[in-house]
Design a protein around this ligand. Structure first.
Ligand code: SAM
Length: 224
């Protein structure tokens, strides 16, 4: 895939008002999906659709990653938890916002990304290392519905798979003033993207529209 094709996709997402904020546009432009994909689908990196990454899972579509990165209201220095590392691409786009390559390292935030499938956790880790994000992104292999209490609380939490409800441990591990983004609904695709804001210990939920994600499988998700 050429850089020109990736730039064409970025411009299409900007024209469609899906990419709006300068920091998100910059990150998506900087972090192409291609290096995070298996060889057989690399040529399709700039197609705006999910792509297979093995183990029956997908790297999310660029418009969905853009929508989520915009909805998270990310800032330099944020500590972020992602559930569903997959290829590691989405985590790298977030790292480029909370810990931009051109910012002093003392200002950098960090992304913790959890994956339940061992092969994909290893794939994400390899991609993160090969693209130079290993000091800004930590990949963890476990059930992400339990969150990652070791590094809690988080400024932002996102779930890249759909659960039957908002997982309670994730709400508990969110900072006051924080945002949690999670697709909620059935396991057979078509769910609602829910944004949870925590204020003074209370949570307020907002419906951001319909989405289609693979199921969130775990203690506070669907059964395997
Ligand atoms: N963010 C990914 C990327 O950039 O490639 C795409 C994520 S893919 C749509 C959803 C991922 O969530 C899958 O890799 C799946 O194995 C993972 N997953 C599902 N349930 C999980 C859980 N309880 N904990 C961690 N990962 C989970």
């Amino acid at each position: 895939m050429s850089q020109q094709k990736w730039e064409g996709l970025i411009q299409k997402l900007v024209r469609g008002n899906i990419l709006r904020s300068p920091n998100v546009i910059r990150a998506l432009r900087q972090v192409s999906r291609e290096p995070f994909l298996p060889k057989n689908v690399k040529a399709s990196a700039a197609s705006d659709c999910p792509l297979p990454i093995g183990s029956g899972q997908t790297a999310s579509a660029p418009h969905m990653v853009s929508i989520m990165d915009e909805a998270l209201e990310l800032e330099v220095g944020h500590k972020v938890l992602e559930v569903g590392a997959g290829s590691g691409w989405h985590a790298a786009t977030i790292a480029e916002i909370v810990a931009p390559s051109d910012a002093p390292k003392e200002e950098w935030g960090h992304v913790y990304t959890i994956e339940r499938i061992a092969e994909l956790a290893a794939f994400a880790k390899q991609n993160i290392t090969q693209t130079g994000y290993e000091d800004r992104v930590t990949v963890i292999h476990q059930d992400g519905t339990l969150g990652y209490p070791e590094e809690a609380p988080y400024d932002r939490i996102l779930v890249a798979a759909a659960g039957p409800e908002v997982p309670k441990p994730l709400v508990e591990q969110l900072k006051n003033g924080g945002i949690l983004l999670v697709p909620v609904g059935g396991a057979q695709f078509y769910q609602t993207l829910v944004r949870v804001r925590k204020k003074n210990g209370e949570t307020v939920e907002e419906n951001l529209g319909g989405v289609a994600f693979v199921p969130l499988i775990g203690k506070h998700g669907f059964e395997p």
